[in-house]
Design a protein around this ligand. Structure first.
Ligand code: FE2
Length: 429
């Protein structure tokens, strides 16, 4: 007897009429016409079953704090950092934990199965770290949370940050972060990359740095990050997040830089919703888009995953834990409009992000964890177009969130009575 069987699913690669049988928290069979008993059977009605959404870049200690203690009036990254600095001393561990758990409820309902969250380590009490370590443990049965020690005020610019960041790693934070473009000088930024990569190498940890989140074409810390990755043998374990200055860099320099990133096997995480909002604020017109060179990085062989970064916090007032909204924005800003490019954008919020986070047992294949989403769409492109309704969210062979399919009744003489948004998909010719 299986725990769960999904009937008549379509998979992201186009296979259809597929049944998925799950037991012992794993996918035990995935093929057509499975005739076996199960405790729970779900009819996918031909809709898409895809692996969980993965958010490779988030700030869970700040989420849902919008308006506390005030709003960001200029809309800039720097006012956001200043505002966060005002909130930090007045919030408690319980505040942070309660907001984080509420966000995780929302994330689960939207089909997110794993989140890499940065956590601010520039705090002598490490309140965010204490809160999110507890949250990581409490949610582990339904959501994988990977924490990054993030010295928000600069590991060198803040005189206490190196000690508190290392202490956070001692407490069990998973990944080493940084913010070289916020250090006092370019030289200090490069020095911060070296120090933090050495700390990661000594501890056998991954690195994920906020890197060059700036419109300054001379902000080139990604070059140092790639260099240190190679020098310390960290290939495949390092991610550069944001990388927005690459948008504005000289093309000749980028042609050399991308090769260095590829050689070092450094991954890239653009955050399209946030950077289209924050970047270019010092421009008149034309205004720069503030998204890194997604197509060029991808085509060179870099693993690129899209992150959400912020939901209702000092940097961004909107967001709803919808990784399809993130993919939708990344697609537009990057002009990734061919069928192949759009399908790739779905990978950027699923398989690519799972790869760069090093998730085990991820995917809708035999032997993988029995964790996936049933989406009201026929394929990955339609999922992005519709920001598809999540009909069922399955984790470890249990349905942990569900929604009846959308089917709006309309009352117009001579027209159909019900509208299923997924019925508008283009038909193969
Ligand atoms: Fe960030």
């Amino acid at each position: 007897m299986f725990d769960l069987i999904i009937k008549n699913a379509t998979l992201p690669d186009g296979r259809n009429n597929i049944d998925i049988a799950c037991a012992h928290q794993r996918i035990e069979a995935i093929e057509r016409n499975i005739s076996a008993e199960a405790k729970v059977t779900l009819d996918a009605q031909g809709w898409l079953v895809a692996p969980p959404f993965v958010d490779p870049h988030f700030h869970m200690d700040a989420t849902l704090s919008l308006g506390r203690p005030r709003m960001n009036r200029s809309g800039t990254l720097l006012e956001g950092i200043a505002l966060w600095g005002e909130l930090k001393p007045i919030q408690t561990i319980d505040d942070i934990k309660e907001r984080a758990l509420r966000y995780c409820d929302l994330a689960v309902s939207m089909g997110i199965g794993a989140i890499r969250s940065h956590v601010d380590t520039c705090d002598p009490e490490l309140k965010g770290v204490q809160a999110l370590l507890q949250v990581r443990d409490e949610i582990k049965d339904y959501l994988d949370l990977q924490l990054v020690a993030f010295p928000q005020d600069g590991v060198l610019r803040d005189p206490n940050a190196l000690e508190t960041t290392l202490r956070a790693l001692d407490m069990g934070v998973d990944v080493v972060g940084g913010i070289p473009h916020f250090e006092r000088t370019m030289a200090a930024g490069a020095e911060s990359v070296r120090i933090l990569c050495e700390a990661a190498a000594e501890r056998g940890l991954m690195v994920d740095m906020h890197c060059d989140e700036s419109d300054d074409p001379l902000s080139r810390h990604i070059e140092t990050l790639a260099y240190e990755t190679q020098r310390l043998g960290l290939q495949g374990r390092v991610t550069g997040s944001h990388l927005t200055s690459m948008h504005s860099m000289d093309n000749y320099f980028v042609s050399k830089l991308i090769d260095l990133i590829v050689e070092a096997e450094v991954h890239a995480v653009p955050n399209p919703l946030i950077n289209i909002m924050l970047q270019g604020r010092h421009d008149t017109y034309p205004k720069r888009r503030g998204q890194t060179r997604v197509r060029e990085l991808r085509d060179a062989g870099v693993t690129v995953g899209f992150g959400s970064d912020c939901v209702m916090d000092p940097w961004y007032s909107l967001g709803r834990a919808d990784m399809l909204e993130v993919a939708f924005m990344g697609l537009h800003v990057g002009q990734l409009s061919s069928r192949e490019d759009m399908a790739w954008c779905f990978e950027a919020v699923t398989t690519n992000s799972a790869k760069l986070m090093g998730l085990e047992g991820y995917g809708v294949e035999k032997g993988c964890k029995a964790s996936f989403n049933l989406l009201q769409a026929n394929d990955p492109i339609e999922a992005i177009r519709l920001k598809a309704h999540r009909i069922a969210v399955v984790r470890h062979a249990q349905v942990i969130a569900q929604n009846p399919p959308l089917n709006t009744e309309i009352n117009i003489a001579g027209r159909p009575n019900f509208i299923d948004p997924s019925s508008y998909a283009p038909k193969p010719s």
